[in-house]
Design a protein around this ligand. Structure first.
Ligand code: GDD
Ligand code: MG
Length: 305
């Protein structure tokens, strides 16, 4: 089984964390963000992941490798210029199978992709959307689906007229290869704005999926995602402790320093005696001096206080 992951965005809302490190490989707790996505895809039978890249693809490849160390095989495609969410899929066409998963590469989730694949097959859909309930759909794609799972309407970034809770597109799709014929070549095409509307009533289906789902694209959500991982609200291999604390085995915390509630202390960090760190993430190699107090902060690698 194959998955195409869209990772062409710039991650501007996470700057300066994403100035030197692209968002897909920004460390989340103890590993690059995309490692969670690869682990999730593998748990649903994916054995090949194709990354549709834009920003700094070399770094991505360097950090994630080709998968030969275990897990799915990893390939990287680089668009000559950003082609949009559908254009990037079209660009990957030579590498894609008859039916494949496509994913937005900026969400932390454990939604049941196997259920989405099965429902896609059962309904003989052409494109199936994983749906997730949210209170405020305004930053997402709002989906209206009938009792049989046929999508009746799709509104990308709906205006306030659509306010109130609703089902949004979780950015996880099962796609039939024939859908690629609808995407014009060599120009920027949005799957949300140009492809979904044309597929209404023509095999566009949706299935509500339960579980954990969060777009990690802002500092607030990046922090929430960290505590959710450590405190066990997302299904992953990473674990922390009850107080929401994760200290890397390669960090040094002096006796008498106070860590938590809620803290990530990355590789090579030094926290001196009497220091207090709470509600904060220290990326690799930060140094917190004696009696310093750090709270409600995310530190880029190498910050000294
Ligand atoms: N390769 C490539 N090329 N990837 C791209 C491009 C491009 O030109 N443009 C965007 N992407 C990637 C982004 O990196 C991201 O992983 C994904 O496509 C979606 O783009 P975003 O810019 O993050 O879109 P959004 O978050 O505003 O909305 C999308 O995601 C929502 C769920 O988080 C839409 O798909 C919504 O419908 C959806 O609800
Ligand atoms: Mg996004």
């Amino acid at each position: 089984m194959q998955a195409l992951v869209l990772v062409g965005g710039k991650g501007t809302r996470l700057q300066p964390l994403t100035t030197d490190t692209p968002k897909p490989i920004l460390t989340l707790v103890d590993r690059p963000f995309l490692a969670y996505m690869i682990e999730w895809l593998a748990s649903h039978g994916v054995d090949e992941v194709v990354f549709a890249c834009g920003f700094l693809p070399d770094q991505l490849q360097e950090v994630l490798g080709d998968g030969s160390g275990g897990g799915p095989r990893l390939r990287y495609l680089v668009e000559p210029e950003p082609l949009g969410t559908a254009g990037a899929i079209k660009f990957a066409a030579p590498y894609l199978e008859e039916r494949f998963f496509a994913l937005n590469g900026d969400v932390l989730t454990d939604l049941d992709l196997t259920a989405l694949w099965r429902s896609h097959e059962k309904r003989k859909a052409r494109l199936s959307l994983g749906l997730y309930p949210v209170d405020d759909p305004s930053n997402y794609g709002l989906v209206d689906v009938d009792a049989d799972g046929a999508v009746r309407d799709f509104h990308e970034k709906p205006d306030p007229g659509h306010s109130g809770p609703g089902l949004i597109s979780a950015g996880a799709y099962v796609i039939e290869r024939e859908v690629l014929d609808m995407i014009p070549e060599q120009r920027n095409v949005s799957i949300e704005r140009e492809v979904f509307p044309r597929l209404l009533g023509k095999g566009l289906c949706g299935l509500r999926l339960d579980g954990y789902w969060k777009d990690i694209g802002t500092p607030e959500r990046y922090m929430e995602a960290s505590w959710d991982i450590i405190e066990g609200r997302v299904e992953t291999a990473v674990s922390g402790d009850e107080g929401g604390v994760f200290v890397s085995p390669a960090a040094e915390v002096a006796a008498g320093a106070q860590i938590g509630p809620r803290a990530v202390i990355g590789d090579g960090c030094l926290v001196a005696a009497g220091a207090r760190v709470s509600d904060s993430v220290l990326l690799d190699g930060c140094r917190i001096g004696e009696n310093a107090v750090v709270t409600d902060s995310i530190f880029s690698p190498g910050v000294t206080v």
